[in-house]
Structure formats: structure tokens, C-alpha cells
Design a protein around this ligand. Sequence first.
Ligand code: FAD
Length: 285
Amino acid sequence: MAGEKKRSASYLDLQIWVYISKRGQLRDGASFAPLSPAMSDDDEENPQFGSATPWSEPTWYNSSNPTPYYTKHHIAFRAKMRAWVDKEVTPFAAQWETDGEIPPAVFKRAAEVGLLPATVNWPDDIPGVPPRPEGYDGFFSLIAFDELARCANGGVVWGVTGGLGIGLPPVVHFGSDELKTRVAAPCLRGEAFIALAVSEPTAGSDVANIKTTAVSCCADGTADDDGEFYVVNGLKKWITCGMFADFFTVAVRTGGKESGFGGVELLLVSPTQRSLPEPVCGFLK
Ligand SMILES: Cc1cc2nc3c(=O)[nH]c(=O)nc-3n(C[C@H](O)[C@H](O)[C@H](O)COP(=O)(O)OP(=O)(O)OC[C@H]3O[C@@H](n4cnc5c(N)ncnc54)[C@H](O)[C@@H]3O)c2cc1C
């Protein structure tokens, strides 16, 4: 019986597919609505960017769908991302999955084509990060992710952007100039890696009750509010990109045991010091 059910489900899928294809063919033959003034002239000759299979691209990739949001600058960025993903990511993604590792050069190229800065809203005050492209806005991030997702490999998408996208924004927004230079800059060049460490075996959604503590202390480990060091104690779990991260943005409890959400701070920790001559540690306030 289970087999029959499966067959009928596949048949239903096929029916839907044919219906949509027919609609697509009809649309191709129809006269298109006037182009949005925001789109480039090139689109008039070839209204569909990418695959003509219905619904396989975002709707605005067909320039017959007018949009006030996307301009020729978005179109140029999309083309750059598509070329990179098609040539340098998709053909190798399955192999990287098997290897359990994305080659370091891929991260550097992700920085060059703009994926890494677009992942964190292209900060403009980090040393060495190229200026935002002309016409930059938040839609560049959508384009970057739409295009990267075409490699059809969740491990690659998360491996390249997952740790950066949630671990770096606190450094970009609240880090000192030193942390921006020594941490954010190499991460955005694809030379170092960062992860966000909030969740714990006993605190997922319940962040206010995390148990990891950071205690200020002297070099000999004696607790001292003005000490030069912190002793960080606790367990973290489910940390995306944590296996290869050089930096961790860590939620720690600095208030007392019962301090709840108000007693939690973010501490930037570099446990491996792989990319650094000396340890980096600092609160993100
Ligand atoms: C793929 C993946 C990647 C992750 N990457 C990271 C990472 O990089 N860094 C990191 O810190 N964490 C990461 N996490 C952990 C993630 O943040 C937690 O899984 C999430 O916070 C949920 O916590 P939990 O799994 O312990 O579920 P729980 O918090 O135990 O929740 C279990 C269920 O109870 C419900 N629930 C919880 N609280 C309440 C409430 N008060 N009222 C009603 N319902 C409630 C939830 O909706 C859920 O259905 C990752 C998780 C996944 C799956």
C-alpha cells in the first residue's frame, strides 16, 4: 500500500508540472508588460535571466515583472554572483561535501565577489573591505543568497556564510576599532572564520538562562573585577562553523546566577589563535 501511495504522489507532482509548463509557454509567446524604468535596457531583448523553467528563479529575474526595487546595479551584482557560483561553486560542491571541507581559496573568492560583505550588510568602516558597490542596499544580500543557494548544497551555503552571518554582526556593530581591524577584517577577506556561540545543552530558546560564565581575574586566576583576564566556563552546542572557527562571539553570564537576561554579555574569544600573533578577547558593547 505504501508503494501505491508513493506512486500516486509522484503522478500528482507530474500533473502540476505539466500545467505550470504550459502556462510558461503561453507567457513566452505573449507580449510582455512594459519594462520597469528601474531595469536595464539589455533586459528588453532577453527578459528572462537564468533558467526559463517556471518558478526556478526569483520573479524579478524576468524583467516583464515590473519592480521598483531592483536597478541595473542589482542586475550587475546578480550576474557577477551567478558567474562565480556556476563556475566555481556548483561543480565542486558535492566533492567538498564528501571531503568535509571547503577549500580556503573559496572563502577568499567569496570575499572578492562580494558575497562575504553582502552577508553582513557590507560594512563601510572595516579596514581593507572594498567600498560598497554603486547602488548598494539590502537587496544585495538577498541576491547574494538567492545566487549562492543555486549550488543546491546546504552544507556549502551554511559553511561559507552561516557562522559569519550571525557571528560577525555584533563585532561590526559593537566591537572596538581594534576588534574590527583584527577580527572583522580578516573574516571579511575570507582569511579567518567566526561563529556565534549562544546555545547550550540546557538553553536553546531560553537564552536568558545560559550557564556559561565569564569571571574577570588576575593572571594567577584570582577573581578581580579589574583583572586583565577572563575565565570562561561552560558548554556550548550546535555552533555553526564552530569546527573551524578562529573566533567565537560567545554569550556569557557576567551577572550573578539569578541575573537573567540582564546578566548576559557577548565576549569575543579566539581560542585557537591560528590567525593571530596574540590572543584577542573583548566585550561587544
Ligand atoms: C542548523 C542549526 C544551526 C544552529 N546554529 C547555531 C549557532 O551557530 N549558534 C548557536 O548559538 N546556536 C545555534 N543553533 C541552536 C539554535 O539556536 C537552537 O536550536 C534554538 O535556539 C532552539 O533551541 P533548542 O533546539 O534547545 O529548542 P528549545 O529551546 O528546547 O525549544 C523546543 C521547543 O519548545 C518551544 N519553546 C521554547 N521556549 C518556549 C516558550 N517560552 N514558550 C513556548 N514554546 C517554547 C520551541 O518553539 C520549540 O518548539 C543551531 C541550531 C540548528 C538546528
